[in-house]
Design a protein around this ligand. Sequence first.
Ligand code: EPU
Length: 297
Amino acid sequence: MDKNILSELSPTGCNIKQNEPLSKHTTLGIGGNADYFVEIFNEQQLIQVLKFIYNNKIKFYIIGGGSNILFSDEGFRGIIIKLCGDFCKYEIQENQIICGSAVNLSFLSKMTADRELSGLEYFVGIPGTVGGAIYGNAGIKNLSVSSVLDKVEVVNFTGKKEILTKKDLKFEYRKSNLQQCIIIRAFFILKKTNKNDILKVILQEINKRKISQPIGTKNAGCVFKNPKDDSAGRLIDSLNLKNYSIGDIKVSNIHANFIINESNGSAKDMLNLIEFIRNEVRKKYDINLETEIKIIK
Ligand code: EPU
């Protein structure tokens, strides 16, 4: 099978790396080697790769910005897909943004603000790609990216392209029904507004994050989803767990729902810390915290 993957996928023109450290592709800087790490530049390549994977029943996973994910220290036995090239393109048609799923969300937020288009400014501080943000319905407090999304173009796991409109899309807090496909393009509808008003929100969001989140550290954003009507960060903080660490993995002293890799932390220590926090919160509050980050084994 190993030989097949290289010889079958090389002619597609994708960039194939073998034994690629996933720590290089995650904001946490954690993760062992992936057997194959395939960078895909256009739709045709994606369809060819997905058909090959489907026909050969190969394990695969698609990463966006690597900002919400924990891979194990053993890495990944299969193919990791990363979209680049054409998937980083975008165009603006009046108040509609047509955007490849590999575009950086924060960049898109600033770029649309600059064009006096409102709707994405609240998401300026969210790391990762547009595809990842839609997949996980990323957002701030009561506002998520799905609020300005009109439709998405996806390729399903058998390699078939489809457009999904509002009637097909289901979003909940940090959740979408886009688990069985790969988002390749997003269509957002924004509103023409005064540029200063949009920039005010951008500044406010950036400043809020600067004081309330551990910017510049190796982390994967909030580790746990918020339980209904509460904040996981507040609950963890109330147990005095800020700064609590296992090995090089530590609860942030700024926001307790962030876990930081201080230098060469392992996935094992991170998972142990997650379980420890979950148990402490369960004991004290009888609340079972659910992880927001994706844990891939
Ligand atoms: N709080 C504490 N201690 C902490 C952290 C928070 O007491 O260590 C308190 C705060 O003082 C505040 C309340 O908890 O009164 C809520 O905190 P915050 O405003 O930071 O919001 P959050 O619910 O912790 C959510 C999102 C963040 C998003 C912020 C800002 C989730 C899990 N988290 O955090 O999203 O940036 O709102 O809008 O929904 C992410 O999804 O990765 C993420 C970081």
